[in-house]
Design a protein. Structure first.
Length: 357
């Protein structure tokens, strides 16, 4: 019923787009307060970005490639740091979709001008030249009370939607891991935390700042604009902002006391590490998408299939029967695969199939 309702809603949005031929860009202003100062968040933000670049990069199929990172003197906000990155997302695209889209559709390009406490970031995709995501950010020592910090016109204000994000209570993927839950985290270095659900109203914090982020998603294609732009906001931008600012808070013991010189050194190390990673991947050390399975993985796949056959199941059985049986026999299944190759770590999440195994 929920899937049908969601599908029906998307159909209605599409029809409204076609009927109205609307060309109005969706504008949302996100406001994210945190109990720290603007000066401290500068270090927190830069530390978080370089750390996530390391942790989420796995080569040309998935990860972040830093193409350029240099200071600028005449750009958005005056003087600052310019970065250009490529986000490789092929690893997150289903195989059946990957086979029908060109390589240019498997990456996003980012340009960022950081003149803190102002910054501007723009995302584009070579496959869809008219698409763009433009984010202006301002960081101010308040709780998000300024009504028009970006000096929007009356027309823009009438189209703008303001969205407040609370890192302590907002959820995007269920409950966060225990070590990333602001309701549980207490800093060993600063003594701050855990945050209460009412921390914004408590007025017990020495510093509180707010990240104002004005986001414009532009997908000027008749009949699709509203749906795509709404999806980008609801399922992309908000999710990213919640998770990133939550991590900026719970990672404070890792960056507390660092200087800008320390941060620039970390950024340089991260850039070199990613350059080496992508050089290795492009040099053939990574497996091509169409490469046959190595012998040891072929054996593992056969063993997993044999295990399923002994359970009188096949992948053609109903999904629920298939997964229920695997869950029931998970210990035996894992033992069989690990016996073939002890170096393979089998996930405790058995909701998968033999190919994934």
């Amino acid at each position: 019923y929920n899937e049908y309702k969601s599908y029906l809603r998307e159909v209605i949005y599409g029809l409204l787009d076609v009927i109205k031929d609307t060309r109005t860009m969706l504008i949302k202003e996100y406001r994210i307060p945190l109990p720290m100062s603007v000066e401290e968040y500068r270090i927190a933000q830069l530390y978080m970005i370089q750390r996530k670049s390391r942790e989420e990069s796995q080569g040309t199929n998935s990860g972040i490639e830093i193409v350029e990172n240099r200071p600028y003197s005449d750009g958005p906000g005056g003087e600052g740091q310019y970065t250009r990155k490529i986000y490789h997302i092929a690893g997150h695209v289903p195989q059946y979709i990957k086979g029908v889209i060109p390589k240019s559709a498997r990456s996003l390009h980012e340009e960022a001008w950081n003149a803190y406490p102002y910054s501007r970031t723009k995302f584009t995709c070579e496959f869809v030249p008219k698409f763009s995501l433009d984010i202006e950010s301002k960081y101010v020592n308040d709780c998000g009370t300024q009504d028009n910090i970006f000096n929007l016109s009356a027309e823009e204000l009438s189209k703008r939607e303001v969205v407040f994000i609370d890192v302590a209570t907002d959820r995007v993927d269920g409950e966060p891991p225990e070590d990333e839950n602001p309701l549980l985290f207490k800093s060993k270095k600063t003594g701050r935390g855990p945050l209460k659900e009412t921390w914004i109203e408590d007025e017990e914090w020495e510093h509180v700042f707010c990240a104002y982020k004005l986001c414009r998603v532009d997908f000027p294609f008749w009949g699709f604009q509203t749906r795509v732009e709404r999806f980008a906001h609801d399922h992309g931008i908000r999710k990213l902002l919640v998770k990133a600012h939550r991590q900026a808070w719970v990672w404070q013991d890792s960056y507390y006391g660092l200087t800008m010189e320390d941060i620039r050194q970390l950024e340089l190390e991260t850039q070199r590490l990613l350059e080496e990673l992508y050089a290795e991947d492009e040099g053939g050390l990574g497996l091509p998408e169409t490469a046959p399975l190595p012998p040891r993985l072929e054996t593992v796949q056969m063993e997993a299939t044999n295990c399923l056959s002994q359970l009188s199941l096949s992948q053609s059985d109903t999904e629920s029967e298939y997964y229920d049986a695997i869950d029931y026999e998970t210990d035996e299944w894992k033992a069989r695969i690990e016996h073939v190759d002890p170096d393979i770590v089998v996930s405790a999440n058995t909701n998968t199939n033999t190919n994934h195994a």
